[in-house]
Design a protein around this ligand. Sequence first.
Ligand SMILES: [Zn+2]
Length: 268
Amino acid sequence: MNRLGFDDLGLAQDEQAVVGKAVSAGSGIVLFTGPVGSGKTNTLYAALDRVGERKVQIAGTERIQDLEIPGAVFHSAPEGGREAVFQSLAKEPAGVVVIDELKDTDDVRSAVRLVGAGHLVLSVVTGEDTAGVVARLVAMVDPKTGDPIDAKALGDALLLVTSQRLFRKVCQKCGKPAQGTGEFAGGKLMRGIGCAECKGEGYRGRTPAYELLPVTPAVREAMVKRESVEEIRELAVKEGQRPLRQGAVEKVKNGETTVEQFREAGFR
Ligand SMILES: [Zn+2]
């Protein structure tokens, strides 16, 4: 695939600033989440544009799809042998470590340890939304010992969680104004009628909607208390989060995508 830049993502300027700040931080964990096929790896990939001149190393069981970073070294490890790789990376000079997915308590512990060693850790996590991923992480239990995750250590290390959905974009060539009803009333909705450019589909390309959860002191406290998804979600909004659904509604109202696409992504 072509190298993606930060500007190609579809992130608003203020959102770019939040993600840019997190990935240019010295050390910490940034998680790029979303359902399968939502383009979260693309976001991670583009965010790597902002990490500066730091050495990037990739660690995991599988090579992250489409992730080709010039000069990056891939350290593969079988499922059970991941910890050894993470341990050896912790001894290296502080840089950027990309982990394929935080699968279990061992992975989370390793990520926290890497942060302690000065690394910036970036990872993709499959999940519905930012609050859901945070709640799931702090609820993790070590299957061998039954010990819960160290939510305080994770909260201290975690900088930002992003979540996203990918929508098909209304074809620029054949898009015509459309009527919006209900919550879409008053919007500048568009609908592609189909042309040679979009092969009659009415859509061309894709555009993501985002939700960002910067880990503020209040969010950190909620993590330590292992609050529920609902509580974390509510807190995130109180802390200024524009929820994913709202971002998606705006994408429909400004004519980038359609109500059909909005529903297809699971929004009601
Ligand atoms: Zn068209």
